[in-house]
Design a binder for this molecule. Structure first.
Ligand code: FES
Ligand SMILES: [Fe+2]
Length: 396
């Protein structure tokens, strides 16, 4: 109770436009409160259909004490279950990803269907009501090949997220896309710092030479209004979505399309294309589609590949980050793309960002830290931090 009052008083004195007070980033009670009010009430990006291309393919998503099995069942339906057996609770799937037409608990061999139904419970009485012991379900929604789950008891609204993401995702044909790579990182930083870092480009000019070489105006110095207007006209004529979606009260999605530098074909270190155009794209001129869904999903897509980022807090001081790269379903490694070239751009940029986030956290832990003012170009960070504080407030 005392902790609750302490959090409530910090929430009350939060000043929008300034970074958060230290305890929001460092104290475990604040982290617990965020877990309950943000991560247990929201839609969380889990992964993509391309990670489970065949019926029976699954991967695990670890959310603190919970492990969630995301599995492709019959008729391509995606299911999500808590990875805990209904007999005595053993974890069922032990590998991070794999293939299983039936989920068999390794302890006493109870057998579950991919949809979670308990099929066999050895040596239990004849009248044992198997139908009451299916795996505990996790809410799951799939939008254009991207899988979102929710640990909330009642599924939150998904229609607004779906409406915002669909027009931007559709041209990529993600349900048929190919997973080229996933890489995992563990950062010594509070999860919000990772989120904040990816909501502004104030740092780009100083930190990201490769990114600034690729993206028009990323240094925030050059005026790219004219280029953007010209490109938007071209994109609209091709039927590509250009309407900016911003996070407003009650919504969680941000979506935008912006231009690469003239002559740059992809997110690549040398500016040249990486692979064949994805889905319905016929050239390398679709610019960049930037998508965000609070609290844990980021995606940047160019004409020839999609990069996703999933942010998962471990504790107040540690954050897991997963990058995945998707290419067109017909693209072949070695022929249409080189894996090293594909992943290079975001490995380099991600490494730069990881250091910035960790440095940020080091400084925030100082006894001399005090909230500082965000710059006008950091308005999206303010939007995110306001959202977090509002969620915390609602959860208290
Ligand atoms: S704990 Fe799973 S079968 Fe016993
Ligand atoms: Fe960055």
């Amino acid at each position: 109770m005392i902790y609750r009052e302490r959090i409530a008083s910090y929430v009350k004195s939060y000043k929008s436009g300034y970074s958060l007070e230290q305890p929001f980033y460092t104290e475990s009670d604040f982290f617990e409160a965020e877990w309950k009010s943000i991560f247990k009430t929201s839609w969380l990006y889990a992964g993509s259909i391309a990670q489970i291309p065949k019926a029976g393919d699954y991967f695990l998503y670890h959310l603190r004490h919970d492990s969630v099995i995301v599995i492709r069942g019959s008729q391509d339906k995606v299911h999500a279950h808590y990875n805990t057996c209904r007999h005595r609770g053993s974890a069922i799937c032990l590998e991070e990803s794999g293939h299983a037409t039936r989920l068999v608990c390794p302890y006493h061999l109870w057998v579950y269907d991919t949809d979670g139904a308990l099929l066999k419970a050895r040596m239990m009485p004849d009248d044992f009501p198997k139908e009451q012991f299916g795996l505990r379900p996790v809410h799951v929604r799939v939008v254009e090949g991207l899988i979102f789950i929710s640990l909330a008891s009642e599924a939150p609204d998904f229609s607004t997220i779906e409406r915002s993401l669909t027009p931007y995702l559709k041209p990529y044909h993600l349900p048929q896309a190919k997973l080229a790579a996933c890489k995992n990182y563990t950062l010594q930083a509070n999860w919000k710092l990772v989120a904040e870092n990816f909501r502004e480009c104030y740092h780009c000019g100083g930190a990201h030479p490769e990114y600034c070489n690729a993206v028009a105006g990323a240094n925030l110095i050059e005026n790219v209004d004219e280029l953007t207007a010209t490109k938007q006209k071209v994109w609209s004529e091709k039927g590509l979505e250009t309407k900016l979606v911003e996070v407003t009260e009650g919504t969680t999605t941000y979506a935008v399309r912006y231009p690469l530098r003239p002559g740059v074909e992809s997110y690549s270190v040398d500016g040249r294309k990486i692979s064949i155009p994805m889905g319905q794209h016929t050239d390398h001129d679709a610019g960049v589609v930037g998508l965000v869904n609070y609290p844990n999903f980021w995606m940047d897509a160019v004409s020839d590949y999609v990069w996703t980022m999933r942010v998962t807090p471990i504790d107040a001081a540690t954050t897991h980050v997963q990058f995945c790269w998707l290419v067109d379903g017909k693209a072949e490694e070695g022929k249409d793309f080189e894996l090293e070239r594909l992943t290079k751009f975001w490995e380099v940029t991600g490494e730069q960002d990881a250091r910035l986030c960790e440095n940020n956290y080091l400084g925030i832990k100082s006894s001399a830290y005090a909230p500082g003012p965000y710059a006008p170009v950091e308005d999206q960070v303010v939007n995110f931090v306001d959202w977090c504080v509002e969620k915390l407030k609602a959860g208290l």
